[in-house]
Design a protein around this ligand. Structure first.
Ligand SMILES: [Zn+2]
Length: 199
């Protein structure tokens, strides 16, 4: 997916002042962000603390406990501020790429007993429809070539390798488990290969 850089501005947050860089997909007009903190891209060989986060409106903005996204995003921003530098790639692909309304349909099926993968498949979607091909241009723009990646998701490691980024280190990123999402997290581990409980 080809993306074009548009503009940057400051983004003050409870964890510090990030710089927000906006990109637009040329064929779909879908908008994506990179939030950088501190000096990144100054020493290209120095690995930078990075999180790849796909939009989850319900978790990121509506405090949903059905998933762990909001807690993961907040923890990533906190860890980057503590580290003194880092970047969050915020990709607008809601509901593992199926969109917000379809996510509600999938949640409804889960209310009736299906797991997250079965629900997506019942709706005719793959278990994970996310596309990471926009990352190459976004990484080039902010000048990051090597990362310390905060993730439990092997697909994201592969996506960055495909984009030519060096994974100097993987940092497990487990947070936000609660009684409402523990089954969901077990499905991510069992069916989507997420690496929980390995540190
Ligand atoms: Zn979520």
């Amino acid at each position: 997916m080809s993306v074009k850089y548009i503009e940057s501005s400051k983004l003050p947050t409870p964890w510090g002042i990030f710089c927000m860089h906006g990109f637009v997909e040329e064929t779909t007009d879908k908008e994506h962000l990179v939030l950088t903190y501190g000096d990144v891209g100054v020493k290209p060989d120095q690995p930078v603390l990075v999180r790849i986060h796909s939009e989850c409106l319900t978790g990121d903005a509506l405090f949903s406990l059905r998933c762990d996204c909001g807690a993961q995003l907040q923890a990533a921003m906190h860890k980057i501020a503590v580290e003194g530098a880092g970047a969050i790639f915020y990709l607008r692909q809601e509901g593992r790429g199926i969109g917000l309304i379809n996510k509600i349909r999938a949640y409804k099926l889960q209310d009736c007993g299906l797991d997250t993968v079965e629900a997506n498949e019942k709706l005719g979607f793959g278990a994970d429809m996310r596309d990471y091909s926009m990352l190459k241009t976004m990484f080039e723009h902010v000048g990051i070539k090597s990362v310390k990646l905060m993730t439990n998701n092997p697909r994201k490691i592969k996506a960055l390798q495909d984009a030519g980024i060096t994974i100097a280190e993987r940092r497990p990123h487990e947070t936000g488990r609660n009684p409402h999402n523990s089954q969901y997290l077990e499905t991510k581990k069992g069916k989507l290969g997420h690496l929980f409980g390995e540190e």
